[in-house]
Design a protein. Structure first.
Length: 412
């Protein structure tokens, strides 16, 4: 995020806001971030107008929320869901579209704000389309940055787009960074809750079930990110995300385990000042910050009662019990397409774990094996384009599937 771009955008935004409503497009509207965004928009009637909404295949849910917020266009990613969407929108005047191009079209429609909340690599093309027309992109799709971060940030800067981080840790860093000049930042610290297995022994983690992994102590989120939080891969992906969003060096990004999830991120300035952002673990806080930026709106999240919380604790992440965080760091150091491979392998592995075909410790094992094999096959090259990043993603998924049976047998 270049300070100059953000400052220019700030002036532009204030002019537009003075004139009335903000137009918003919501990509990935039926997920958890989508639901929180819709909740905020409904509380601020008159402040936001919804241009377009998209979902992967939940046609009925998408149609219902398109009607609710009065969107002009609704798109489903899966062609097969078109008929259902079209029928559910009959008589409303809301246009329906289907397929990847329709989701890209949703991103290209003239909304000032685009909330990029599609899960996984599927979010890459539409999110980039929004950035390339110079929109203000509130980015919740971390895979866009992990798979093609260099490319995405370059194109966004060229188009004069503003990228606002929705991910709670990065939103915290973004807020804390405004306390000083970018060049005076010495390092950033991402906090991690440690997930449901923070205090478990290696033997207990080995026997962890799906139900146990889905019980996040603090946050209520989608299944994929909940499992990523249990392995700490989520924090690894967030280190890569921070690297691209704030143009940091890998060794300027630290991770600390903070079980209460009250502090979401900290920025250390050269004079030794550490600026933190605190708040309840409720995604409506960072989403509200992005939707209202550079202003603020009323948020419905519970207020912190510091005396009741009483204690904030911190510990170093244990890379022996949670090897996924170390794998992500190694992928970032390796650079090129290694983070793309890491992300693809992890998505496949988490999918297998969710369908109970792979044990919990099989997830990092599969990712590690895929990274090693990908390097031998030349898949860790720097993606030259979005198509190339998606090709690396696809080839990595195939590679992961080849490696899965042997690792699943060992890790069960
Ligand atoms: Mg996060």
């Amino acid at each position: 995020m270049k300070a100059k771009t953000a400052a220019k955008a700030r002036v532009k935004v204030q002019d537009e806001v003075a004139g009335g409503e903000r137009s918003v497009t919501l990509l990935g509207a039926t997920g958890s971030i989508g639901a929180s965004t819709i909740d905020l928009i409904k509380r601020e009637r008159g402040r936001y107008r919804v241009e377009a909404v998209s979902a992967n295949n939940s046609a009925a849910a998408l149609a219902a929320l398109a009607r609710e917020v009065g969107a002009r266009f609704a798109a489903v990613g899966e062609q097969a869901a078109y008929r259902e969407l079209k029928d559910a929108l009959a008589g409303t005047g809301i246009e329906a579209g289907a397929g990847e191009d329709a989701v890209v079209e949703a991103a290209q429609r003239p909304a000032q704000w685009v909330i990029g909340a599609i899960t996984g690599a599927a979010g890459l093309r539409p999110t980039l389309a929004a950035a390339e027309r110079g929109a203000i992109v509130a980015l919740a799709n971390k895979e866009t940055l992990v798979c093609a971060g260099g490319l995405f940030m370059r194109r966004a800067a060229q188009a004069g787009a503003t990228v606002l981080p929705v991910d709670s840790e990065h939103n915290a860093l973004f807020q804390a960074m405004s306390a000083g000049r970018r060049k005076d930042v010495r390092r950033v610290i991402l906090t991690a809750s440690g997930g449901p297995f923070r205090t478990w022994t290696a033997a207990q983690i080995r026997a962890a079930t799906l139900e146990q992994a889905l019980k996040h102590p603090n946050w209520s989120m989608g299944q994929k990110v909940t499992i990523d939080s249990a392995t700490l891969m989520n924090k690894g992906l967030e280190v890569i995300e921070a690297y691209h969003l704030f143009a940091l060096k890998p060794d300027e990004i630290d991770v600390v385990v903070h079980a209460q999830s009250v502090i979401h991120g900290l920025v250390e300035f050269r004079d030794g000042s550490l600026i933190a952002q605190l708040g309840s673990p409720d995604m409506r806080i960072p989403i509200a910050h992005c939707l209202a930026w550079p202003e603020r709106i009323d948020g419905p999240a519970a207020r912190l009662d510091l005396a009741q919380i009483a204690t904030l604790s911190f510990e170093r992440p244990d890379l022996a019990r949670f090897p996924a965080l170390g794998l992500a760091r190694r992928a970032l150091e390796a650079g090129g397409g290694a983070p793309t491979v890491l992300n693809a392998a992890n998505e496949v592995a988490v999918g297998e774990f969710l369908s109970k075909k792979l044990g919990f410790i099989g997830i990092p094992a599969v990712v590690e094996a895929t990274l090693a094999a990908a390097e031998r096959r030349g898949l860790t090259r720097e993606p030259a384009s979005v198509d190339d990043a998606l090709a690396i993603d696809q080839e990595s998924r195939l590679l992961t599937r080849e490696l899965l049976p042997e690792i699943a047998a060992k890790a069960s």
